[in-house]
Write a protein that binds this ligand. Structure first.
Ligand code: PHE
Length: 339
């Protein structure tokens, strides 16, 4: 019997494997509930008294050897696995990179920035939480001026001087305060108005406003710039300017682009007229220049402003403006192939 145990100790010592299942089979064979070691222990009472000591020592040696073997092989296997986890199979093809998509608002904004940067406009940005001066008063909209009603405003309740900007014209005021002409800048950004949310309008949206101030800037320059823009942006060069009113420009106009009436969508979008209103514009009011420390005797300029969201709806055929802020992956992923 002792001889048998010694043979098993030998077997244990020489055993090796790099496979988890084999190791587990080995463990069960020796140390399992119904394993060899327990069998040998059960035999103990049948062993002659004078051999009990030697027998006992032999099984103990087998027991320790088997346990140590399992422990050390297990550690080996685990460290090998860890290594594998760290580097993986270095010969396998790499994982495809999950490309995100750009938001339609960003796509349109970048396109507008690109078009104006080609004719020398830089990009300026400002805070979304504004003070009354930059959003209204400096723009010729003093307190109690009825035109303030044109833009329903979110005020910060504790301080009526602080509000969420209703247009990015506020950025233009800041820019004029901090720079001297010639000024050529466009200001893209999010704006807020206290309006009912529907498929066509939201309480926040995005604008790009433009400002050009130099000596002898004329209305003709404005028209030419706008025509350049609509041609580059939409491939449409026919525009018309309708007289309008903004407190910060004089004269002011609404710009329509001739979209055409070729398809049913053209009819729908233009309400059967072929014309689509895309922005407001005008010559900067001398009062606004004065408010921003620019001498209106020396300088003149034009400004324009358009909504990015509307243009995105138009260009991508999106029927509901709320889609733009709902973060629905099924919607956003559709812009994956557009850079
Ligand atoms: N700020 C105007 C608006 O938000 C747009 C505009 C900008 C009009 C500049 C004229 C000149 O509606």
């Amino acid at each position: 019997m002792i001889e048998k145990i010694k043979e098993y100790i030998e077997e244990v010592d020489t055993f090796t494997t790099n496979n988890k299942e084999d190791l587990e089979a080995f463990r069960i064979k020796f140390s399992g509930k119904k394993g060899l070691i327990n069998d040998f222990f059960a035999e103990f009472r049948n062993v002659a008294n004078d051999q009990k000591k030697e027998y006992g020592q032999a099984i103990n040696a087998l027991k320790v050897a088997a346990e140590e073997k399992v422990k050390s092989l297990k550690e080996d296997l685990e460290s090998k696995e860890e290594e594998k986890g760290k580097y993986g199979d270095l010969t396998r093809p790499s994982e495809p990179i999950a490309l995100g998509s750009r938001h339609p608002i960003s796509l349109v904004k970048n396109q507008i920035i690109d078009i104006f940067s080609r004719i020398g406009f830089n990009v300026s940005e400002g805070p979304e939480i504004e003070d009354d001066w930059h959003n209204f008063t400096a723009l010729n909209l003093p307190e109690y001026h009825p035109a303030r009603d044109m833009q329903d405003t979110f005020f910060v309740q504790t301080n009526p001087d602080i509000l969420l900007r209703t247009h990015t014209s506020s950025v233009q005021v800041r820019y004029m305060e901090n720079n001297t002409p010639p000024i050529r800048t466009i200001s893209p950004g999010r704006v807020y108005r206290n309006e009912a949310i529907s498929a066509r309008s939201h309480c926040f949206f995005h604008q790009v406003e433009g400002l050009y101030i130099d000596k002898d800037v004329s209305f003709a320059d404005l028209k030419q710039t706008l025509q350049y823009f609509t041609t580059e942006m939409f491939g449409k060069s026919k525009i018309r300017l309708r007289p309008s009113y903004f407190p910060f420009t004089e004269p002011s106009a609404e710009v329509d682009v001739y979209w055409g009436l070729e398809t049913e969508t053209d009819y729908k979008m233009t309400k059967g007229t072929g014309w689509l209103e895309i922005m407001g514009c005008g010559m900067v009011d001398p009062n606004v220049l004065k408010n921003c420390n620019i001498d209106p005797q020396e300088y003149s300029g034009f400004a324009f402003g358009m909504g990015i969201d509307r243009i995105a709806l138009l260009l991508y055929g999106i029927s509901d403006i709320r889609m733009l802020s709902e973060n629905d992956m099924r919607f956003l992923e559709q812009f994956k192939s557009v850079l």
